[in-house]
Design a protein around this ligand. Structure first.
Ligand code: 26Q
Length: 794
């Protein structure tokens, strides 16, 4: 905690920054001026510790976390809380007649990630800083983050997210540390923009280094003078293409050449940066490089680092191939985030040949070496072909990653088991020692301490200190209070307050009135068929019909909340959004329902509105088809804030169930181990015709009662579930197969909710048992078992 900082000091710094940046006196600033000035003041106050941290880390063994995505969310509140200067900042801005909460709202959400994978990287950075671990994040400074979602007539519309157009002081340009990245067709400068990553209760300040490309060739005046202005500008545009946009795909592979260019851009720049710093600290002998440096690749997106480090070692440092390979395979470790075949990156070899022929040559060399190695072990040629990093003119990034890494991990126990038994079983047979599990976690600073200050205060009061913020297992000491009705009443009141605030937010944003006394049943995550938002909305529609048929049905009022962005080219995902908004329109306006069910689709789900929703949830929907959600991390955020999970036996839900015991979670649906045999005789049409209620809700898609604007998307949804097509069988995600069990269990959840105190106890025990889902636990495991790094406190 920075007890040395005073409110007066913050106020004075702000005045200077307002004057310098906007040429006006501090008392005439706008809210944005104050936000900008306060953020500059925060960076200013951090600068000395930040520099000291870098110097400290540069002489010890370090980890480098390579990720195409970092979904960091807003910085200001996090930094104020970490520095322990929230109240002082409040006082400072009050002197200018404004409210700190209004100032905080000025910050745009750096949406430099799609979903789980990007947010995981951000939670990891928070834990590393908090635990004083020498870890640096490396990625791309995207000019446009993930699109902003608007709803137009219930359809998703994408709007560019220009998050840094008017300046973002939490990234600092480091001109002096730029490096050149070489492509076959042109060179670019990579200029680092550094974001300080503060930890809780420590003065260490870690770093997220985001690269921005800039033209390396001077603006071509010859072209310009010969009137070919367009050509001169086009050259610059090709450079700008590299950082223009984050690819908005989640869990699906997209073969865009530009994406490989982006990947190489940040990976090459980062490795050059690491090698340069190594030489400054340890000299030019590269044989000790792997003793001081480790690189974690977040999925296969940075896998091109494997051949790139080979190139740097062999071509630029004269290291022999065999020695270089030893170094490379001691440096890299790879995390897998999916088992879905369509998400595995497989690039045409021609792309590499065209963009960077030398990298292609090296991949070819690695491939030949791999094949020889396996041939020497007398393995059958068919198996060798099956596993080769390059085959049939394609580079398989996952296989390149496993072969080039010393460690491979999955992100939840079940997921890792599926990798070992199924997806990567031959690799596991060859190199069992490389494989391990590292169950995901989330940072309790952002996802409990900051987003839910009321619950945090209660926890601190009961535990007698705030040590739980950095030692989340201590929450288990809350267990006995489940029997204390007075504590349960206070807990319920806190939940009620969060729900009230969310209701006000929803009314302001979406114009929908919801009842804070109703059950808040929430599903927020990327829109994907395997996550089965469709199953959720089918239940809602069925419930609607059941209430209309029998208004005496006993049921608490429910508010069903969705938040989800669909990839812009994912037609069916967009159809599901429209189906949800149509259902909402019908139900919310039906006088027969009279507010007993409300359906709300929150526009533009992101980290910041997530911070409002997790604390307000009663029920956490985690209903993916078993075996397909690698882990999930939203499930953990809900649990920490005292929501009860309604979910399938999938990803980390399995471990959540283990942690809270059967009474405090609701599990339904087909299990992974039965999926294959069940599918063998699965007939969705039979379910459609025979499961009571199913036909009634599914027919809405085709009977003209719902409007898809003439797009045919509802008919497509219907066909996808019931008839299938010549390229895909019907209902591959088993929506109709799980419907009946889901309905039964969800009805039970609503029933159980009505017993206030018994429900409160379930929620409480979720909080009390959430300790193991802190990303601090995850990061300790990575640090001890894979990274082999130790804390280095400044
Ligand atoms: C790949 C190639 C080309 C274009 C885009 C992509 C791409 C981009 C992002 C592929 C996948 C992603 C993101 C995947 C992701 O977020 N996976 C989630 O990771 C979480 C953290 O481990 C898990 O909790 C989730 O279960 C998993 O879905």
């Amino acid at each position: 905690m920075r007890t040395d900082i005073t409110a007066e000091q913050i106020k004075n710094k702000m005045a200077e920054f307002v004057r310098a940046d906007s040429g006006k006196s501090a008392d005439r600033g706008t809210l944005w001026d104050y936000w900008s000035a306060l953020s500059r003041a925060v960076v200013d106050l951090l600068a000395d510790d930040w520099e000291k941290t870098r110097d400290t880390y540069d002489v010890v063994r370090q980890e480098h976390y390579f990720s195409a995505e970092f979904l960091v969310g807003r910085s200001m509140l996090n930094n104020l809380v970490n520095l322990g200067i929230y109240e002082k900042a409040q006082e400072a801005v009050a002197a200018y007649g404004v409210n700190l909460t209004d100032v905080l709202e000025q910050e745009s959400d750096p949406g430099l990630g799609n979903g789980g994978l990007g947010r995981l990287a951000a939670c990891f950075l928070d834990s590393c800083a908090t635990m004083n671990l020498p870890v640096t994040g490396y990625g791309i400074l995207y000019r446009y983050g993930l699109f902003r979602q608007q709803l137009a007539g219930g359809f998703q519309k994408e709007v560019p997210d220009s998050w840094m157009e008017s300046g973002y002081p939490f990234v600092v340009r480091r001109e002096d540390e730029r490096v050149k990245v070489h492509y076959n067709d042109f060179d670019v400068w990579a200029v680092p923009y550094d974001m300080p990553i503060t930890g809780y209760g420590t003065r260490n300040v870690n770093r997220l280094r985001l690269w921005k490309p800039e033209p390396a060739q001077e603006f071509d005046f010859n072209l310009f003078n010969s009137q070919r202005f367009d050509d001169a500008v086009i050259e610059r545009n090709r450079v700008n293409d590299i950082w223009r946009v984050l690819y908005p795909n989640d869990t699906s592979y997209d073969g865009k050449v530009l994406r490989v260019r982006q990947q190489y851009f940040f990976v090459s720049a980062s490795l050059q940066d690491i090698v340069r710093r190594y030489k400054i600290a340890h000299g030019t002998d590269m044989s000790h490089f792997a003793e001081f440096n480790s690189v974690q690749i977040n999925d296969t997106h940075p896998a091109i680092g494997i051949p790139e480090l080979m190139r740097i070692l062999v071509d630029e440092n004269g290291v022999e191939w065999t020695d270089a390979w030893k170094i490379v395979t001691s440096v890299f470790a790879y995390t897998n985030h999916t088992v879905m075949a369509e998400a595995l990156e497989k690039w045409d070899a021609g792309i590499f040949q065209y963009l960077f022929p030398r990298i292609f040559q090296i991949i070819d060399g690695i491939n030949i070496q791999f094949r020889n190695e396996l041939l020497a072990q007398k393995l059958p040629l068919s198996l060798i072909d099956e596993l080769s990093p390059m085959m049939d003119g394609r580079v398989r990034m996952a296989y390149l990653s496993i072969y080039g890494s010393r460690a491979v991990n999955g992100v939840a126990e079940l997921h890792t088991e599926i990798l070992k038994r199924d997806t990567l079983k031959e690799w596991y047979r060859l190199w069992p020692e490389k494989f391990s599990n590292k169950t995901n976690g989330v940072t309790p600073r952002r996802w409990l301490r900051s987003c839910n200050p009321e619950l945090s205060a209660l926890i601190t009061e009961l535990l007698g200190s705030d040590a739980w913020v950095t030692d989340l297992d201590r929450l288990s000491e809350l267990t006995p209070y489940a029997k204390d009705d007075r504590v349960m009443e206070r807990f319920l009141a806190i939940k009620r307050g969060s729900k009230q605030r969310l209701a006000e937010y929803i009314f302001a944003k979406e114009g929908v009135e919801i009842d804070a006394e109703s059950v808040f049943d929430i599903q927020i995550k990327r829109l994907h068929e395997y996550k089965r938002q469709l199953l959720n909305i089918l239940y809602v529609l069925d419930l609607y019909h059941r209430i209309k048929a029998d208004p005496t049905i006993s049921l608490p009022p429910v508010t069903v909340i969705f938040g989800a962005k669909a990839a812009p080219g994912y037609f069916r995902a967009k159809a599901i959004i429209k189906f949800i908004t149509e259902t909402a329109r019908i139900i919310n306006t039906d006088p027969d329902i009279d507010g007993r069910i409300k359906v709300v689709f929150i526009e533009n789900y992101n980290v910041s509105n997530g911070e409002r929703m997790f604390p307000a949830a009663d029920i956490s929907e985690q209903i993916s088809t078993a075996g397909l959600e690698a882990s999930g991390t939203g499930n953990m955020k809900f649990m920490m804030n005292g929501a009860v999970t309604l979910g399938t036996c999938d990803g980390a839900n399995v471990e959540i169930a283990e942690a809270v015991s059967d009474d405090n979670i609701y599990i339904f649906g087909c299990r992974v181990e039965n999926m294959e045999s069940t599918r063998a005789y699965y007939n969705p049409r039979w379910h459609y015709e025979n499961i009571p209620g199913l036909k009634r809700v599914l027919d809405h898609l085709i009977d003209g009662s719902m409007d898809d604007g003439g797009t045919g998307m509802f008919r497509d949804l219907y066909n996808g579930l019931i008839t299938g097509s010549n390229w895909q069988p019907a209902d591959v995600f088993f929506v109709l197969g799980d419907f009946d069990d889901y309905r039964k269990v969800r009805d039970l959840v609503y029933h159980d909710y009505t017993d206030r105190l018994s429900w409160a106890r379930k929620c409480w025990l979720n909080v009390a048992n959430s300790g193991r889902f802190s990303s601090d636990r995850t990061i300790s495991d990575y640090a001890n078992e894979i990274w082999k790094i130790t804390p280095s406190k400044i």
